[in-house]
Design a binder for this molecule. Structure first.
Ligand SMILES: [Cu+2]
Length: 236
């Protein structure tokens, strides 16, 4: 028992340190800016949702778009980020803990980007949700939430993509991207994004969306200039 607790004590801070210390905040002088638009051409893929229980809360069968395509083919809620930036601007001020709510058996928001740390999981429904987050195959949190208004604060110490499911309602799905640096953006309803104060250099930029997967490209940022990008997501 003692050996198990001891190793646990060692392992957890090491994990936190690895994710939290990898990125170094340093003043950026003469940074550049990346702005652009993410789009998806072609027909919008649809998934059939057929609730099998709690239908008074969860609703009936419906078609849900697998990718949120708006005006001019712009993609909302794509996550755009620069890969493996080791040094740069400060993280934004966190004025409150990020939230993942469950309302009418839908995760809200369905996509978000957070920095490593706490997240509040909420249940706004008067039914049981069993909220289960995964880093790949590995469980990040697994929470039985039977009551309306319930809130549980969980911890996402590791960088990476967390897929959230509900073990009670198989169609519920959300994604939380735990960022390794503040060089990320979530696209707006027209697909637009911007990433500011980027130290000059060449980067791998990733545009991530659940249906299409990750689309990567090289981008070069020059000091004091804006690099404009048009990114067309293609299914991998
Ligand atoms: Cu549920």
């Amino acid at each position: 028992m003692n050996r198990f607790s001891a190793s646990k004590w060692v392992a957890v801070p090491a994990l936190l340190a690895a994710s939290a210390l990898a990125y170094e905040v340093a003043p950026v002088s003469g940074g550049g800016r990346i702005e652009g638009k993410v789009s998806f051409q072609g027909p919008v893929p649809v998934k059939k949702i057929i609730p099998t229980k709690d239908k008074d809360i969860c609703g009936g069968p419906r078609d849900e778009p697998q990718i949120r395509v708006g005006a001019d083919k712009g993609v909302q809620d794509a996550v755009v980020y620069l890969k493996a930036v080791s040094k740069g601007k400060a993280w934004g001020v966190v004025d409150k803990t990020p939230v993942l709510d469950q309302e009418r058996c839908i995760f809200k928001p369905s996509v978000q980007v957070v920095r490593p740390g706490k997240i509040d999981i909420r249940n706004s429904d008067p039914i049981l949700h069993n909220t289960h987050g995964f880093y790949g195959q590995r469980t990040a949190f697994n929470l039985a939430m039977p009551d309306k208004g319930m809130k549980i604060t969980s911890e996402l110490p590791r960088v990476g993509l967390v897929r959230v499911e509900c073990d009670a309602h198989g169609w519920m799905l959300a994604h939380i991207h735990v960022a390794d640096s503040p060089y990320y953006a979530l696209t707006g309803s027209d697909g637009s994004f911007s990433i500011t104060d980027v130290p000059p250099g060449t980067y791998t930029l990733v545009a991530a969306q659940n249906y299409t997967g990750d689309n990567e490209m090289q981008v070069t940022v020059k000091g004091g200039e804006t690099t404009k990008l048009t990114i067309e997501l293609k299914k991998k």
